[in-house]
Design a protein around this ligand. Structure first.
Ligand code: FBP
Length: 272
């Protein structure tokens, strides 16, 4: 619908690319994720910094969005994620993301997009598929785009492919996201430009964004990774730890924006 297209444009610039800040870690990993730079446990403080640096959008769970929303610029895309899990659950239940909020809650917060995770290949895949279908159907009816964090993970994947980052697995997850109605996909790095390009192909025009991952010791290494994603036809990145675990996230975000939007050489981008 027109509403979906219009709202998607809040994240993507004219070049069709976006850099989005992710901050659901206090729930999904626990507050220890912020211990590297403890001030950033306060959603207002870190949101103020990322917005000042020029980030295109942010992704949060509803409660944190409520705390941070006043720090956003009118044109900062707001993505509200409606599923998560804590790291406190028994190990056997870690392969399930549960719904913790509703499409209406996200809309009341001013969301431009609704996000939900599906662990493709999980023993609880069926439940997450239904959850995603319900969220997507309602959000689409109301003209809101839906973002799928398409994360393949499960015992059979490990048995058959060795690792969840195998491009055949990541590409399968991206394709499953498209076929289940996603308007934007967030997924893992597959290890090379060539293989990530296949993931992008399998998504058949639905934008594919990198899921940041653990902080790299050397900031340039992460800039290089994002550069590869862009060269592979990826539409940008959704980045959490690589931003908020850095002492000084603002220059790093500016460097990331140069790589995402100007294909700038990572070493050069890091210098400025
Ligand atoms: P990062 O850039 O820190 O990897 O954030 C992306 C993200 O998807 C978060 O939204 C989420 O909390 C986290 O990664 C989940 O990571 P994992 O499932 O690997 O524990």
């Amino acid at each position: 619908s027109v509403g979906i297209r219009r709202r998607l444009r809040r994240f993507f610039r004219r070049d069709g690319r976006a850099l989005i800040f992710a901050m659901d870690h206090g729930f999904e990993h626990g507050p220890t994720d912020f211990e590297e730079h403890w001030e950033h446990v306060n959603p207002r403080i870190i949101t103020r910094k990322v917005v000042r640096a020029g980030i295109d959008g942010v992704m949060m769970l509803p409660g944190v969005a409520r705390l941070a929303v006043d720090e956003l610029k009118p044109d900062t895309g707001l993505m509200i994620k409606l599923t998560s899990k804590t790291n406190l659950r028994p190990k056997d239940d870690q392969l399930l993301q549960s719904q913790l909020g509703y499409v209406e809650d996200a809309i009341k917060l001013g969301a431009d997009a609704i996000a939900a995770t599906v662990y493709w290949g999980s023993p609880q895949e069926d439940l997450m598929m239904r959850q995603f279908a319900e969220i997507a159907s309602y959000a689409h009816d109301l003209g809101f785009p839906v973002v799928q964090f398409a994360y393949p993970r499960g015992p059979y994947i490990n048995e058959k492919y060795g690792k969840k980052e195998d491009y055949r697995v990541v590409m399968y997850g991206a394709r499953a996201a498209v076929e289940s109605g996603a308007d934007m996909i967030k997924t893992y790095w597959t290890g090379s430009r060539e293989t990530f390009a296949k993931v992008v192909d399998a998504a058949a025009g639905v934008p594919v964004l990198l899921s940041g991952g653990a902080k790299t010791d050397n900031p340039v290494d992460f800039l290089k990774l994002v550069w590869e994603v862009i060269e592979a036809g990826g539409s940008g990145a959704v980045v959490g730890r690589n931003i908020f675990q850095r002492e000084n996230p603002e220059p790093f975000i500016k460097a990331l924006l140069k790589v995402v939007h100007r294909n700038e050489d990572p070493e050069e981008a890091a210098k400025a």
